[in-house]
Design a protein around this ligand. Structure first.
Ligand code: KE4
Length: 424
């Protein structure tokens, strides 16, 4: 089996040959590859080509692929069975770890994806406040829940418009969309709809427009304006949770949201999402409270064990200074390669996540991110792939380094990137 044959077969039975659109390489061109194996910081495709991996399965693989402790724990658990449908001890173990590591979380509910986490968090916010509107930021992605798959309307602080066919306008109109890092727009939205805004949901460090950090004071501003208006602040930490520190962005910036959404690293590569917060809020979730949410495989024992081993490693080793050093080495190396070649670029780095934008403007929101030369990004992506470096197949995503990337691996990757850029 090889990439071409496998992807041809995939096209027969999977829409676009994929189970998630971005994997089809539409944003970067060229033929998508299939990955069959990973070990440490490397992955191998169906043709046997090896890549140094900065995709990390979109974030979860912060410990690298097939970490021995994780593999052993999962293998042992699988021997005992795969799923029982009643509470198992590992759900409680992982919940204790989340409560211990994430500052604002006293109680947590596990689900099976980041989308389920944000969808449930919005329902909980509406249920707890009795209010209808959701305020989100243009360029922030929170999964494919109807109320959050909404694009910015024309003008500032206006109703959302459906981000895709299949979402009725009546639903999109309950979502207000404003530019990221724009305090004025948020103030205007609250002046107009403040008494009826259930929640503000934000990626505290944006990853889905490419990496875009919050401006100084922006998160504190969101904390204050939501408090003042009786709205809940939801931090979507599906990417940043356990990534930027063991307590995520909320620990790094010292801001406590009302509800935190988690995913990716939480499951260590297995399908796990979660939403959590203070007891008084989470006690409103069924069956303790009236806000309904459920899931057949929520808290699946094998997935929980994968998450437990991953979080334990991060809690005990706190590898964040090392991850930042490796990301500094990578981002500065890439900056030098592009600079020497005279290619206009901006590199946004926060902790162990970064994005290379092909623009000479500062990138501080979605509009400025979209000034990037995505055609050039496509050529850059394909050249890197050819030389054995895998980055996300989209300009508007984040590159990740993990504990399996040692200094020598970054050095090796930079040599390959330098070769790739020569042909750009
Ligand atoms: P999932 O439903 O894909 O597990 O999580 C949705 C989600 C929620 N919140 C944030 C901040 C996210 O980044 C995501 C998912 N991220 C994308 C890419 N960054 C996943 C890749 C894909 O869609 O295939």
């Amino acid at each position: 089996m090889n990439n071409r044959k496998l992807m041809e077969e995939a096209l027969e039975v999977l829409p676009g040959g994929v189970n998630s659109p971005v994997r089809a390489f539409k944003a970067v061109g060229g033929s998508p590859i299939a990955l069959v194996k990973g070990r440490g910081c490397r992955v191998w495709d169906a043709d046997g080509n090896e890549y140094i991996d900065f995709l990390a399965s979109w974030g979860p693989l912060i410990l690298g692929h097939a970490h021995p402790k994780v593999v052993k724990a999962v293998r042992d658990e699988v021997e005992k069975g795969l799923s029982f449908g009643l509470t198992n001890p590992h759900e409680v173990r992982l919940a204790h770890l989340v409560v211990e590591m994430v500052p604002s979380v006293e109680k947590v509910r596990f689900v099976n994806s980041g989308t389920e986490a944000t969808m449930s968090a919005v329902r909980l916010a509406r249920g707890v406040t009795g209010k209808r509107y959701v305020l989100k930021f243009d360029g922030c992605y929170h999964g494919h829940y109807d109320s959050l798959l909404v694009s910015a309307g024309s003008g500032v602080a206006t109703f959302g418009i459906p981000g895709t066919p299949g979402i009725p306008e009546e639903i999109a109109e309950l979502t207000l969309v404003v530019p990221f890092n724009d305090e004025g727009a948020v103030k205007e939205a609250f002046e107009r709809y403040g008494e009826d805004i259930a929640c503000v949901i934000v990626e505290p460090v944006a990853g889905n427009m490419g990496v875009v950090p919050p401006k100084e004071g922006f998160l504190k501003f969101l904390r204050e304006i939501t408090q003042k208006n009786g709205s809940l602040l939801i931090f979507d930490e599906v990417i940043t949770g356990f990534r930027l520190s063991k307590g995520g962005a909320q620990e790094l910036f010292g801001i406590e949201p009302d509800i935190t959404c988690l995913g990716k690293i939480l499951g260590g590569g297995m399908p796990v999402g979660a939403y959590g917060g203070r007891r008084e809020i989470m006690s409103q979730v069924a069956p303790e409270g009236p806000v309904y949410q459920a899931g057949t495989l929520s808290g699946n024992p094998v997935a929980m064990v994968c998450g437990v081993e991953t979080l334990k490693e991060l809690r005990d080793k706190e590898p964040y200074p090392q991850l930042e050093a490796r990301m500094k080495q990578l981002s500065e190396g890439v900056g030098k390669i592009l600079g020497d070649k005279g290619i206009p670029h901006r590199i946004n780095v926060v902790g162990s996540m970064m994005t290379v934008f092909f623009t000479d403007r500062e990138v501080f929101d979605f509009e400025s991110a979209k000034s990037s030369d995505t055609e050039l990004f496509g050529r850059f992506f394909r050249k890197l792939l050819e030389k054995g470096v895998l980055i996300p197949p989209s300009q508007f995503e984040a590159w990740f380094v993990g504990t399996a990337h040692e200094e020598k691996h970054i050095e090796e990757a930079l040599e390959r990137i330098s070769e790739a850029v020569k042909d750009l």
